[in-house]
Design a protein around this ligand. Structure first.
Ligand code: SAM
Length: 352
């Protein structure tokens, strides 16, 4: 029987994803208190984000993840360009204050997950990226890193894992993505392809090209079989950073792609997408979005920590994405349409 990618679940799975990511908050808070003395340092001397990163010995990406999470927990606030403690943090997290609970949080200081978080924050390298034993980083491939997406078993494992979110969110994406008049969709890093299969089921005249790593595409083809749309799909194995992208496409989908990469790769990929679009074509960023002030929402800040640990990316704000798309000559939509499990859709158009 053909699977229907447009059928919504009866209940919203978002709370399950929030419980699953809750440990990130605990690890970051314990690291800030017990390993970085972040609250003591800011109590002695509030400072800018850049100065704090330097004081803690952190690169911009880990500092962003840590500060965004603490901001979202309402422990930090930004005043006139300086990070300061909130009354909550001042009363309970400054070492030696009357109601300091730092020693209590310190109970978790030596747990494996906190020690791993501290090590990742300091090294700014994702789990597995330096593996020399056939492992590799999940979800990302580029020249210079060990990638789990190159071996059949690990590529299959990580690709199928993401279908647990994709099948829940794809019906909503198909509902909000306006593909009127589009004939060809390019899904970059499409994974199982479930988002494309939903869009193909919704738009009977649409054709899709899925670009991903070869071992991932084997899984995508197998999954695509179940959705009955393979006659309108083309699978292209390649490197989205290095190989020519199919040209003159009407729409490009970057679903949960940019959050895997640091700023230079995001800007590079958006520039490549802008060049590959036909005039009037649409770039669709389907992802999670931090507030423009990078102070929450908390579930996205915690997801950002998980992205940081596993990949070279983090969560970005709509403002950051808009800036990059406009720099690439695209015109951005004002609003971000909600899809599900914290995701949303931001669309930009290439001038005709
Ligand atoms: C986080 S997954 C997103 C999958 C899917 N789009 C989704 O939303 O569930 C990232 C995908 O990008 C692919 N990818 C990573 N680096 C790539 C590269 N350099 N070229 C092509 N695909 C790449 C991975 O194999 C993986 O399928």
């Amino acid at each position: 029987m053909t699977h229907n990618a447009l059928r919504f679940p009866e209940t919203d799975p978002t709370p399950i994803f929030e419980h699953f990511r809750g440990n990130q908050g605990s690890d970051l808070l314990t690291a800030a208190v017990a390993h970085f003395d972040l609250f003591g340092s800011l109590d002695r001397q509030p400072c800018s984000f850049d100065e704090l990163a330097q004081r803690l010995g952190l690169a911009a990406r880990p500092a962003n993840v840590l500060v965004t999470a603490l901001h979202a927990m309402k422990l930090l606030e930004l005043r006139e360009g300086r990070l300061e403690l909130t009354p909550l943090a001042r009363e309970h997290l400054v070492p030696g204050s009357d109601f300091d609970c730092g020693d209590y949080l310190g109970l978790a200081a030596q747990t494996p997950s906190v020690l791993q978080m501290v090590s990742l924050l300091k090294s700014n390298r994702p789990i597995g990226a330096d593996a020399s034993d056939g492992g590799g980083a999940a979800f990302i491939y580029r020249d210079g890193i060990a990638s789990a997406m190159e071996a059949a078993d690990t590529a299959r494992h990580f690709t199928l894992a993401l279908s647990g979110r994709a099948k829940n969110v794809a019906p909503a994406l198909a509902e909000v993505a306006d593909l009127t008049g589009a004939q060809q969709l390019l899904d970059i890093g499409g994974g199982t392809g479930i988002y494309s299969y939903a869009l193909l089921q919704k738009h009977p005249a649409l054709q899709a090209i899925l670009l991903d790593r070869p071992e991932v595409l084997r899984v995508a083809e197998e999954v695509g079989q179940r959705y009955g749309v393979l006659d309108r799909c083309k699978f292209v194995g390649g490197d989205m950073f290095a190989d020519p992208l199919p040209a003159d496409v009407d729409a490009i989908l970057l679903s949960n792609i940019l959050h895997d990469w640091d700023l230079p790769e995001c800007q590079n990929l958006i520039g490549r997408c802008a060049a590959a679009l036909a005039p009037g074509g649409r770039l669709m960023i389907h992802d999670v979005f931090l507030n423009d002030a990078l102070d929450g929402p908390l579930p996205i800040a915690l997801y950002s920590a998980s992205l940081f640990s596993l990949t070279e990316g983090r969560a970005y704000s709509g403002g950051e994405y808009r800036g990059w798309m406009e720099a690439a000559g695209l015109k951005c939509s004002e609003t971000i349409a909600t899809t599900g499990v914290h995701c949303g859709l931001l669309i930009a158009t290439k001038p005709a």
